[in-house]
Write a protein that binds this ligand. Structure first.
Ligand code: SAM
Length: 201
């Protein structure tokens, strides 16, 4: 998976590649889909949600330019796979998931696997996680038409947000850097994510 799907597409960051080699993706997909766990596409994880394509996890991780001392906020825990990749590289990961059962299952699984640098909570992650802010990096794993103000506020100066921005059907993977308190945006390529749901109704 790492050689054929990730290195072959140009990901070179050693920390990302080593984490992707180490974390076993089959532990994060439903039993019935285990034989597809290392294939080149997203898979359903229930509750109408998905575990992202391996390459997408890798490129988003690489674009965060992670340091071992970083504290990272993830919005959209899903299966917990991307959370584990981040936790292999950085000091602390805070992850928010709106679907309670996914948040609970992922937290339990990650704990059982021995990760003690991850906290997961159920909630609307577009509001960030103020209590633990500011964050060095923020990763949003669902598509949105704007960059939520709370996330930018909870980002440290010089920090980065990687986020898919666009409409309901397609987005552009976007890297936002906070420079002198202002947003600098860089667009990477088109992508398709499940929506970031901000209205809790
Ligand atoms: N990175 C995940 C993985 O590796 O399995 C994939 C995440 S999936 C593409 C996007 C997730 O974002 C879904 O689990 C969805 O429930 C969650 N989500 C959508 N809107 C959200 C919100 N406002 N706050 C937190 N999580 C949200």
């Amino acid at each position: 998976m790492v050689e054929e799907q990730i290195v072959a597409r140009g990901v070179t960051d050693e920390k990302t590649l080593s984490a992707m080699n180490k974390v076993e993706r089959h532990n994060f997909v439903p039993e019935s889909l285990r034989e597809d766990a290392y294939k080149d596409y997203p898979l359903p994880i229930g509750k109408e949600q998905t575990i992202s394509q391996p390459y997408m996890v890798a490129i988003m991780t690489e674009e965060l330019v992670l340091e071992s001392a970083d504290r990272v906020l993830e919005v959209g825990t899903g299966s917990g796979y991307q959370t584990a990749i981040l936790a292999e590289i950085v000091k602390e990961v805070y992850s928010v998931e709106r679907v309670e059962s996914l948040a609970n299952d992922s937290m339990a699984k990650l704990k059982e696997m021995g990760y003690n640098n991850i906290l997961v909570k159920t909630g609307n992650g577009s509001k960030g996680w103020k209590e633990y802010s500011p964050f060095d990096k923020i990763l949003v794993t669902a598509g949105t038409n704007h960059i939520p103000d709370s996330l930018f506020e909870q980002l440290k100066e010089g920090g980065k947000i990687v986020i898919p921005v666009g409409d309901k059907y397609t987005q552009e993977l976007t890297v936002v850097t906070k420079v002198n308190g202002k947003m600098q945006e860089r667009k990477l390529f088109e992508c398709v994510f499940v929506p970031l749901i901000e209205d809790e109704g």
